[in-house]
Ligand binder design. Structure first.
Ligand code: KMH
Ligand code: ZN
Length: 316
């Protein structure tokens, strides 16, 4: 049987700002259209953040997510994955609102507190479109992206009790051990969908040995109880994804994680990155997993599937 590779696409995120790329989707329509385009290109999971349409600032209000969720689920059968990371400067309660209200099939779950450095490009931007952008990036010099043991336990219980399963975001080896702790306590339930993240300043780097180290550690801790996916930040996106595809893994792309298609060429859409990843998958003789296959591989709960009527009900 040919192995199926799950492609997740994260179309906007909360770290990149509007001045960094004219292609970053900002409005609800732009985010939904980018997601549908990515799904048509082969992504079976769409990882979602929302933004204020006027300023482009990250916005976790459930009202902001509603039109995005409705519009995507009307036009595509992709698995919708709502962030609980939000933006590093938000409170946990703020971050959790959309995942709690919409109880999606998948929500992200960040497996440790960390310095999440996004300040390195600050001087590279000549003209900021909005006042908040510079402070947002500079704020990551002194801010802590908080994900304590009790925060993680709270998310596992509150979202997990509603049937939501998780994309476990692991930025370093220690985060895998934290996940093993919650697996031992049966709060995290297999199959674990582990997103190993390479190249965030404050987390593990993006050297091939870092990828192998995370893979080996995850194998030792979780054996057959996990589905491995990788996310390479910035220019490392496609090289890291290609390594993982060849080594039995799955991958995540999208403008949340990288604004680039290849060195020196900005991606005009997340779909372009999905197409590049799917080309590698095909070239290796593997197949891209459909949403139905991804749902099966990850043991997702069908009652959590987002539909326009569930979205309307949740807000009423
Ligand atoms: N921006 C990614 C590196 C989340 O939304 O929970 C991690 C992320 C976090 O997607
Ligand atoms: Zn995210």
């Amino acid at each position: 049987m040919v192995r199926k590779v799950i492609v997740t696409c994260a179309v906007t995120g909360a770290i990149h700002t509007p001045s960094m790329s004219p292609y970053l989707p900002i409005t609800e329509k732009e985010i939904a259209d980018a997601a549908v385009e990515a799904a048509q290109a082969g992504a079976s999971i769409i990882h979602l953040h929302a933004r204020d349409p006027k300023t482009g600032r990250p916005d976790q209000s459930p009202e902001r997510f509603a039109p995005i969720l409705s519009s995507i689920s009307e036009r595509s059968d992709a698995v919708l994955n709502i962030t609980t990371g939000g933006s590093p400067s938000m409170t946990l309660d703020e971050r959790l609102q959309p995942a709690l209200i919409y109880a999606p099939e998948v929500a992200s779950l960040n497996m440790g507190s960390m310095n999440f450095g996004a300040f390195q490009g600050v001087e590279r931007i000549q003209n900021y479109k909005h006042d908040w952008e510079r402070a947002h990036l500079e704020g990551t010099r002194s801010g802590v992206f908080r994900n304590t043991f009790s925060d993680i336990e709270g998310i596992l219980r509150r979202c997990g009790d509603q049937g939501t399963r998780f994309e476990y975001e692991c930025y370093d080896v220690g985060h895998l051990y934290t996940l093993a702790h919650f697996l031992d306590r049966q709060l995290a339930k297999p199959p674990l969908f582990i997103q190993t993240i390479f190249g965030v300043l404050g987390g593990i780097g993006n050297h091939p040995e870092d990828v192998i180290n995370m893979r080996r550690t995850a194998d030792r801790l979780f054996g057959n109880d996990y589905v491995w996916s990788v996310l390479g930040v910035g220019r490392a996106q496609l090289p890291i994804a290609s390594m993982a595809i060849a080594a039995g893994g799955n991958l995540r792309v999208g403008l949340e994680d990288s604004l680039w298609l290849r060195p020196g060429q900005m991606a005009k859409s997340s779909a372009e990155q999905v197409i590049a990843a799917c080309t590698v998958i095909g070239a290796l003789g593997l197949e891209v997993a459909s949403p139905t296959q991804a749902r099966e591989m990850l043991g997702l709960n069908s009652q959590n599937r987002i539909t326009p009527s569930r979205v309307a009900q949740a807000l009423s």
